[in-house]
Design a protein around this ligand. Structure first.
Ligand code: BEZ
Length: 213
């Protein structure tokens, strides 16, 4: 297992899931992707997380993001657990869950942190761009459920900054002003960002979010 870093090509794999065999790169196609791990089936926090992700499907679709979950339990266990998730979270799980019984994918993505737990995965999140490169890695412990609103917010930033020469400031949310990338001069920025550029300091230039009408 090699360390995975931002900018690396996301390691490809083939794995069984609740929606059949997944060849990861082929499955991603031209979409962005989220691969996220769960410590175990039939656990309370994971149950709420998977229910939440199912309810956010439209938001992920809008952003051209495919979602795949993973835990080290088997397909039979996943099938029974999905029924519980649907029942208790009032939803229908609408994305695949990888059955990583041999821990092949967990080890490939370094999702098992032995000093935390030697057998189960932590709550890893990998966001993968449409170029198959890793854009974001977040790791939570088992006892802390993820904030999927934050994940959508970050995806908005990742996609915006992938296609425009801007960066997003602290606590930025879709629709708010952004920072002009330090790599371009204020003079060039004024030509590129026709909605206006405010030079607060020579290194701090603000502009309205460029991909909004
Ligand atoms: C949970 O998903 O609820 C959970 C899993 C492992 C440890 C603690 C909580």
């Amino acid at each position: 297992m090699a360390t995975i870093r931002l900018g690396d090509v996301a390691p490809d794999f083939s794995a069984n899931s609740t929606e059949g065999n997944i060849n990861f790169h082929e499955w991603l196609g031209t979409s962005w992707g989220i691969l996220f791990s769960h410590p175990s089936d039939y656990t309370p926090v994971c149950t709420t997380e998977l229910g939440t992700v199912a309810k956010y499907k439209d938001e992920f679709d809008k952003r051209n993001v495919k979602v795949v979950a993973l835990s080290v339990d088997g397909l039979e266990s996943h099938a029974g657990w999905v029924k519980d998730i649907n029942e208790t979270q009032n939803t229908t799980v609408n994305f695949p869950i990888i059955a990583d019984e041999d821990k092949k994918v967990s080890e490939l993505y370094d999702m098992i942190h032995p000093n935390e737990d030697s057998k189960l995965t932590v709550r890893s999140v990998f966001v993968i761009g449409d170029d198959k490169k890793v854009k974001l890695i977040i790791t939570y412990p088992a006892s802390t459920g993820r904030n999927f609103d934050e994940l959508l917010r970050v995806i908005d930033s990742l996609q915006l900054t992938a296609y425009h020469k801007v960066a997003t400031p602290a606590n930025w949310k879709h629709g708010e002003d952004v920072v002009v990338s330090p790599s371009i001069s204020t003079e060039d920025a004024k030509n590129i960002f026709t909605k206006g550029v405010e030079e607060v300091k020579p290194y701090l230039r603000m502009t309205p979010q460029p991909n909004l009408n």
